[in-house]
Design a protein around this ligand. Structure first.
Ligand code: HEM
Length: 123
C-alpha cells in the first residue's frame, strides 16, 4: 500500500514541528499579527494543537480533529487573498527549512488550497 502523505511528511512530530515554526512566523509578521492579537498563551496553544490535529487527520494520520468547521471559525475575521498568500509564503519558507521536497510541498499546498474558499472572505 502506498504511504500516506502523513507518513511521507515524517509523521506526527514532523507535522507538529512545521506548525510550531509556522505559528512563530505568522505571529511575527506585522501584516498577520492582528489576527492573533488578543489570544492568550493558552488560546494559542489550543489553536496550535487543533492545527496539528487537523493536518494530521487530513494527511491520513491517526488523529481526530475535534475543532470547529473551517468556514465557521474563520468567518468574520476578514482574511483576504493577500493574507492567504502571505501565510502560504511563510508555510513554503518553513517547508523549505525542513527540506521537504517540491513534490511533497505541492501535495500539501493542494490540500490547503481545497479549504481556501472557507478561510478567505475577501478574495
Ligand atoms: C492554511 C489554512 C488554514 C488552516 C488549515 C487553518 C486552521 C485553523 C484551525 C484548525 C483553527 C482552530 C479551530 C477551532 O478553534 O475550533 C483556526 C482558527 C483560526 N485561524 Fe486558521 N487556518 C488557516 C488559515 C488561516 C489564516 C490565513 C489566518 C489569518 C492570517 C487564520 C487565522 C485564524 C484565527 C485568528 C483563528 C482563531 C479564531 C478564533 O478562535 O476565533 N487562519 N484555523
Amino acid at each position: 500500500m502506498a504511504a500516506t502523505l502523513y507518513e511521507r511528511l515524517g509523521g506526527y512530530d514532523a507535522i507538529a514541528a512545521v506548525v510550531d515554526s509556522l505559528m512563530v512566523r505568522l505571529g511575527d509578521d506585522r501584516r498577520l499579527a492582528k489576527y492573533f492579537a488578543g489570544h492568550g498563551d493558552d488560546s494559542k496553544k489550543r489553536l496550535r494543537q487543533l492545527q496539528v490535529d487537523m493536518i494530521c487527520q487530513a494527511t491520513g494520520g491517526p488523529c481526530i480533529y475535534l475543532g470547529r468547521d473551517m468556514l465557521v471559525v474563520h468567518k468574520g475575521l476578514g482574511i483576504d487573498g493577500i493574507d492567504w498568500q502571505t501565510a502560504i509564503t511563510h508555510l513554503i519558507g518553513v517547508l523549505d527549512s525542513f527540506n521537504v521536497s517540491d513534490e511533497l510541498q505541492k501535495e500539501v499546498l493542494r490540500l490547503l488550497n481545497s479549504i481556501k474558499s472557507d478561510v478567505v472572505e475577501k478574495p
